[in-house]
Write a protein that binds this ligand. Structure first.
Ligand code: ZN
Length: 242
């Protein structure tokens, strides 16, 4: 999918003189300096309030600065070469979820050390994908899987979720409205089960957590052991520390 589009994006960078989305310096879509600013420790990014059923959420950055610029340029402007650094960043967040799951299994509660980790991206509506001409999250998730495997984590990508009924655009909705908009909206594809699979739900951004909670619900309902949610960026909609 999208190979001609990819070629086009590469050509734009090469011949028309691309610039770094972070600092605007001429060159690749993300210069070395801005790219290294994405290598950060994952942190727990539970939204507050947290929607019911939302598992642990890890993020690598606030939705701001270089991360925001890169996500927007990749999603909206088709700067497809950004999928790789964004995928690597998402992998750091997955590591956060996995180390938490390992910790839980060490003290005897739920979790366990997963053999194979299945990355399940939150679904986009078919209309959104058609309008953008590509599926940005799936592209990033595939790069994330690649980065994890390079680091020795047995990771597979399974875009098994789909939007099962009409939903409206989440932008502009309150947290309560978002949750209602998405309640029961996702399902695994027909004839698919995830019994016993260790799943990390992945998304680009976590705002109210409504999308992640619904994706976790749908994957759990199909039999998965959902270890947590990994996102690249979290909005600052979290209760400030007391
Ligand atoms: Zn830069």
């Amino acid at each position: 999918m999208g190979s001609s589009r990819e070629l086009m994006a590469a050509s734009v960078d090469l011949f028309l003189g691309g610039a770094c989305v972070g600092c605007q310096r001429p060159g690749p879509a993300l210069c070395l300096c801005c790219s290294s600013s994405l290598d950060r420790l994952p942190f727990e990014a539970q939204p507050s309030p947290s929607p019911p059923g939302l598992p642990v959420v890890f993020a690598v950055a606030e939705y701001d600065g270089v991360v925001k610029a890169a996500l927007v340029a990749h999603k909206e402007e088709g700067r497809l070469s950004l999928a790789r650094p964004l995928g690597r960043t998402l992998a750091l967040s997955v590591f956060g979820v996995l180390s938490r799951a390992r910790g839980r299994s060490a003290d005897g509660s739920a979790g366990g050390s997963p053999g194979v980790v299945t990355l399940v991206p939150a679904p986009s509506t078919r209309r959104t994908v058609r309008e953008r001409g590509h599926d940005p999250l799936l592209r990033i998730t595939r790069e994330c899987g690649r980065a994890l495997r390079k680091s020795g984590v047995a990771a597979v990508v399974d875009p098994v979720l789909r939007v099962d009924r009409p939903v409206v655009d989440q932008a502009g909705l309150t947290a309560v409205e978002r949750a209602a908009n998405l309640a029961g909206a996702f399902a695994v594809r027909p004839r698919r089960r995830l019994d016993g699979r260790c799943v990390v739900v992945v998304d680009d951004i976590c705002t109210t957590g409504a999308t992640a909670a619904e994706a976790a619900r749908a994957t759990s309902a199909a039999g998965a052991n959902v270890l947590g949610v990994a996102v690249i960026a979290a909005t600052t909609r979290r209760r400030p520390p007391a």
